[in-house]
Write a protein that binds this ligand. Sequence first.
Ligand SMILES: *Cc1c(COP(=O)(O)O)cnc(C)c1O
Length: 395
Amino acid sequence: MDARTTIPYGRQSIDEADIRAVVEILRSDWLTQGPVVPAFERAVAERCAAAHSVAVNSATSALHIACIALDLGPGDLLWTSPITFVASANCARYCGADVDFVDIDPITSNLSVERLEEKLRKARSDGRLPKIVVPVHFSGQPCDMAEIHELSKEYNFRVIEDASHAIGAYYRGEPVGTCRYSDITIFSFHPVKIITCAEGGMALTNNSRLAAKMERLRSHGITRDPTLMTHAPDGPWYYQQIELGFNYRMTELQAALGLSQLSRLDQFTARRNELALRYDTLLSALPLTPPGRIPETKSAWHLYVVKLQTDSCKVPYRQVFERLLESKVGVNLHYIPVHLQPYYQNLGFHEGDFPQAERHYTQAISLPLFPDLTESQQNYIVCCVAEALQWIKSR
Ligand SMILES: *Cc1c(COP(=O)(O)O)cnc(C)c1O
């Protein structure tokens, strides 16, 4: 095994068909605002059994316009998980709204439905209920959406699924993205995610009004629909800006790559699942907690996160992590709890606010997982993990 270059924790899988698809766009009439973005949107919506989809330049942009479409503004509150990428919380701040977090379930590392219910009850009596809750399907395993949906009806909040990890995952037999239990679902197509556009994201919804609004917001708030204008068009050139939008458009190059990648989605998730099961077996004798599963879901396996049995002591964690990096195993940590980031500390969050998330932070290690990871690379990773744990014990 050649271990001179670090095995990354995640990476894209690009084949000749992907390359041809992108090159074909370079020779075509449209580099942006052509026919491929709508084709990619239709293909993802169809794959996920959602009525509408809006492609944008990142999942971060999708989260932003989803929040605006759901009327999030100053004085409003958005709740999400502290164990996520910062974007799941930042979208509220872009809208001038406040953020709060719901602690995680220690088994799945998803937002805990019990903590959510508890916090909602308290928030109701304090008169400070959230307008939006953003469950994050951590590592590709869906949250318990049916229960979250029930709570959304009882407490009158909207739901945006941050499914950045979870295109290709299933919940109760249906693909993530159907929006059966949410208002909007967003995907990320960053290269480490399940399928990639280099950069890209998408928002899915079954609500045509939300879809039309997000479509406008991605392109400056401009419309060419006469029924939305303040007066009849001045001529064929005419458009109106009816609200403040952005340039969050996806290019034709990105969409062509995404469309080509989408045809291998099942292949990618099957391979990820196979490698995850293989990790389970190979690591079973080591003092590690494997990723927690819940029966009603089929994970897309964006990440394979093991937990060290460290009893919350950060020193051995760091040593194991560094030892693995020295062995050129590109482990990663998903995630630093968002409420511990200086930006959020300045907004009043403290260490100790979300104990399960903070415990996760002292134990979780993401091992390399991506479709092109070979079995011999995986064997090497497992050997390095065993060696690092042995080395810690011997010190
Ligand atoms: C990657 C990621 C995002 C942001 O995705 P981009 O496409 O890079 O903007 C948001 N939320 C989660 C949970 C992510 O993993």
